[in-house]
Write a protein that binds this ligand. Sequence first.
Ligand code: NAG
Ligand code: NAG
Ligand code: NAG
Ligand code: NAG
Ligand code: NAG
Ligand code: NAG
Ligand code: NAG
Ligand code: CU
Length: 229
Amino acid sequence: MRTSSVFAVLATSALAYGQNVVKVAVGGAGGAPTFTPNNFNATNGTIVQFQFTGAPGNHTVTQSSLASPCDPVAGGFDSGWVAVPATPALDPAPEWNITINNDQIPIWFYCKQLNLVKGPKPHCNLGMVGVINVGAKNFTAFVESASAAPSVGQAEGGLGGAVATATAPPTIPSGAALVTGAPAPAGTGSGNNTSSGAPSQPTKGSALATGVNSGVVFLATLFGMAVAL
Ligand SMILES: *[C@@H]1O[C@H](CO)[C@@H](O)[C@H](O)[C@H]1NC(C)=O
Ligand SMILES: *[C@@H]1O[C@H](CO)[C@@H](O)[C@H](O)[C@H]1NC(C)=O
Ligand SMILES: *[C@@H]1O[C@H](CO)[C@@H](O)[C@H](O)[C@H]1NC(C)=O
Ligand SMILES: *[C@@H]1O[C@H](CO)[C@@H](O)[C@H](O)[C@H]1NC(C)=O
Ligand SMILES: *[C@@H]1O[C@H](CO)[C@@H](O)[C@H](O)[C@H]1NC(C)=O
Ligand SMILES: *[C@@H]1O[C@H](CO)[C@@H](O)[C@H](O)[C@H]1NC(C)=O
Ligand SMILES: *[C@@H]1O[C@H](CO)[C@@H](O)[C@H](O)[C@H]1NC(C)=O
Ligand SMILES: [Cu+2]
């Protein structure tokens, strides 16, 4: 009784502070080309917290489209390259948050990696793709279409647009590397097309400056609240 009321309070305060969060692991053990989970729903205001925990890993989170699963979509988000060594394990892992701005439109994404960390093909062909808010569309068909894509688009995107946006590039703790392409600023263009913003150069310093952030802090905060209650 007491326990459940504590959790009810936690859930309520998390929502009150707009901290509806979905964590997605980018990359799997041994370089596996995966997003976990890769098909989920997230309402407006939800933070999708991409955690680059796969080691070794060298991946991107890049918005695409149902029509072209392995190509960046105009005005879409793009984390840029985040490389994680096999060892030592990074704690916290590199991390990138995007906020859902429109939960009525499916948000498709893929990894741009062509190099064969694992497996015989680029990661998008191997199923390193995902969707947020699939609605009536068919994720299995999207994965099949990605596996057959003849090429994997490498253009650099930015922080995103009207359907989902980041406010900063990924955080890069010591030991990891943001190789290229800190995302461009979110465009100020109309609608959801923000592709007029030119991709910016790497801003490794600013990424490092905020590198201590992680979901661990969020969990620790909740834990502290639970203890306090
Ligand atoms: C990560 O992959 C990108 C694209 O293939 C490449 O340019 C970069 O050198 C790689 N970084 C590391 C540390 O392997
Ligand atoms: C989420 O935001 C979008 C864009 O403002 C809006 O069209 C949509 O109705 C909102 N979703 C809900 C469930 O209110
Ligand atoms: C997401 O919502 C759709 C309906 O819009 C539903 O069919 C699907 O099962 C939901 N996915 C998950 C993982 O709950
Ligand atoms: C989704 O796509 C898969 C692969 O093309 C297909 O086998 C399946 O029947 C489709 N499901 C629906 C509900 O259309
Ligand atoms: C942009 O919005 C249109 C409809 O308003 C939608 O069909 C399209 O998928 C959106 N593009 C992105 C990248 O979200
Ligand atoms: C987005 O805007 C750019 C530049 O104005 C344009 O070239 C491109 O076709 C637009 N894309 C979409 C999907 O509207
Ligand atoms: C991502 O969002 C979560 C939840 O609000 C927060 O705890 C975390 O610090 C954020 N991470 C970054 C890198 O901003
Ligand atoms: Cu990848």
